[in-house]
Ligand binder design. Structure first.
Ligand code: ZN
Length: 148
C-alpha cells in the first residue's frame, strides 16, 4: 500500500498543486503505479484515489464504482449539466470527515485510458460526483473548498 497524503501530512502542499499531464500512459512505470494505486484505494476502502494523494503530482486517478475499476489519465471535463445537487462526500486525504458538497448532476469527461487511447464518458449520479471529486484533486482543489 502506498502512503496517502492527508491535509495533516508534512507534504500536504502537493494536494494544492495543479498536476502535470502524463505524456505516455503506457510506460511500465505508469502500469506499476496504477496497480499500486488500485491496491491502495481498496485497502483504504476508498471509491477513488488521485495521484497527488499518493504524492505524485500527475494527472491520473483511479475509481471503483459498481464493482468496476476505471483508470483515467489526463482527464478534461468538457460539459457540466446546469442542474446541480448536494450530497455527502468523504475523502481519503481528509480522514474521518464528511461534508455536503454541491456538484453538477451530470458531466462529460474526455481522458486517455491506460493504453493511451482517447476516450469519452458521459456520467450522471454517483459516478458523476466521483469523477468531479477526483478531477478536483488534479486541479489542487479539495472538497472542503467547495463546502458552502
Ligand atoms: Zn478526495
Amino acid at each position: 500500500m502506498l502512503d496517502i497524503v492527508t491535509i495533516n501530512s508534512p507534504n500536504h502542499d502537493i494536494l494544492r498543486r495543479r498536476a502535470e499531464r502524463v505524456n505516455d500512459p503506457t510506460e511500465t512505470a505508469m502500469r506499476t503505479l496504477v496497480a499500486d494505486m488500485i491496491d491502495t484505494m481498496r485497502v483504504a476502502d476508498g471509491v477513488g484515489l488521485a495521484a497527488p494523494q499518493i504524492g505524485r503530482s500527475i494527472r491520473l486517478f483511479v475509481i471503483e464504482t459498481g464493482g468496476r475499476v476505471s483508470v483515467f489519465f489526463n482527464p478534461d471535463i468538457i460539459r457540466y449539466s446546469e442542474e446541480r445537487s448536494a450530497s455527502e462526500e468523504g475523502c481519503l486525504s481528509v480522514p474521518g470527515q464528511f461534508f455536503s458538497v454541491e456538484r453538477a448532476n451530470a458531466i462529460t469527461m474526455e481522458y486517455n485510458d491506460p493504453e493511451g487511447r482517447k476516450r469519452r464518458i458521459e456520467a450522471e449520479g454517483f459516478l458523476a460526483i466521483v469523477l468531479q471529486h477526483e478531477y478536483d484533486h488534479l486541479e489542487g482543489i479539495l472538497m472542503i473548498d467547495r463546502v458552502k
